[in-house]
Design a protein around this ligand. Sequence first.
Ligand code: HEM
Length: 509
Amino acid sequence: MDPFLVTVTLFVGVILILFYLANKPRNSRYPKGPLRFPLLGNIPQLLWGRVVDKKQRQEIYQEYSKIYGPVFSTKFGPTINSVILNDPKVIKEAWNKFELCGRPKLHGTAARTGGTIRGILFQDGSEWMEQRRFTIRQLRSFGFGKRSMEHLVMDEVTELADTLRKDATAGVAVSTQKMFNAAVLNSLWRIMTGQRFSHDDKELDRILDSIQKSLTAPAGLSFVFLFPIIKTIAPNLSGWNEYLKEMLEATNFIRKFVTKRLKNPTVTDSQEAEDFTDVYIKEIKETTDKESSFYQNRGEETLMATLLDLFVAGAETTSTTLTYFFLYMALFPEKQEKLQKEIDAVVGTRHPTLEDRTRMPYTEATIMETLRFSSMVPLGLIHRAMEDTELAGFLIPKNTFLTANLYNVHHSPEIWGDPANFRPERFLSPDATQVVKNDALMPFSWGKRLCLGEQLAKDELFLFVTTLLQEFGVHEDPSSPEPLTTEQVSANIINPPKPHKLLFKLRKN
Ligand code: HEM
């Protein structure tokens, strides 16, 4: 037999076997998915979609869900199996199951807290449950959802309005990218630590910049998370060193704060705690159970991680939503006008309060539409199956990663009819007097991992939006070289809008 023919036959045979093995279903009820390449899984298709088709990951997943259905599987490299959920009903079913609410054990997330995963955001199991419950209880007792919180938020909006007034009078267009960060973070930070930052605090600016860079790190960095070897081979080229440097800025800042507070407590043991950190330290002192995440050194490390989680999650998310909100107001001036009419009619010239909310359906609907339209956390945070689990007739094996394509849910024509239009009216009753909720709107995710800052974020969004639009009109900057666009920057977790500037003009002058 011709040796060339033998070689070709063998080569083709090996390739076919490798493809067969790569595509062999993990069990008879495992979700289907696109063809997997040996060793690489679906990385080639994802790269092609990103580089050639210029599509974001959520858009690529959206295309796949049209072919493989609302639950499909992908594979990254030889070992990481991932299931993508594209339907709100399935997402709810999944995120209500404790077994599907684990987190992947990624070295990238461990590196930020000294090599061991601690806290809430990236933790699972008993430590996650213990920390999450404690944090929710304490945040409520310190003001989440209460009048006292409202005052903290209003202090911040008022200061921001003072700065904007100067810019408006000078006719200067402002970049809204970082504008809300400190103001939004401060209300949370006062509850957590008793401290606030001045809006032009340079250290905070640097840390928030680092958080922004690490959260919006190039999407290519996900590959480093999935394949740790890349960071050893190409620590600089892969972006790993830069990511770590940025991430550790915030870690070091929080570590410094915790060390100082442990050495110099602000209250004695018999005094009432004044902030979250005080209560936490009290809990550490009172914990005798060695298994508890509050126990001694582990407790101190976990305090650091939990504060870091809230700092990171609280700083970037709400402020990016506000950036989107004002961008949309400039892009859709007729919506802005309607909203301002509602503010003028209900609030008039006094300060807005949270009690106004029920009488301001258009404002509420516009905030909801902003959260839907921007879907700035498009794929939520990755979950992990902690056990073999039944889901919507499928069998999801232990350690499978799960991703909710929130972007797809928020942009499904079957659910919204005209998802590509910014139309707050979709959340209003026909007579426009009531907000109509839609369960498919889930920007804060769902179930056991539901964002624990949802209440604060909603309160802040309402108070910032109403206070600022009461006084200012927001407009496109005519001197800008590029027109405003709804386009997003593709990123790691949070997708910000493209950098832009807006003109804030005083409404009554
Ligand atoms: C508009 C603002 C916000 C949005 C859209 C948002 C969205 C989300 C999403 C999608 C998740 C992932 C849930 C999952 O894994 O299924 C999450 C988790 C989380 N968020 Fe938010 N968030 C916002 C504001 C905040 C704020 C202000 C805080 C601070 C108090 C916060 C703290 C957290 C924490 C600690 C988690 C982790 C929960 C857990 O793993 O158990 N978020 N958020």
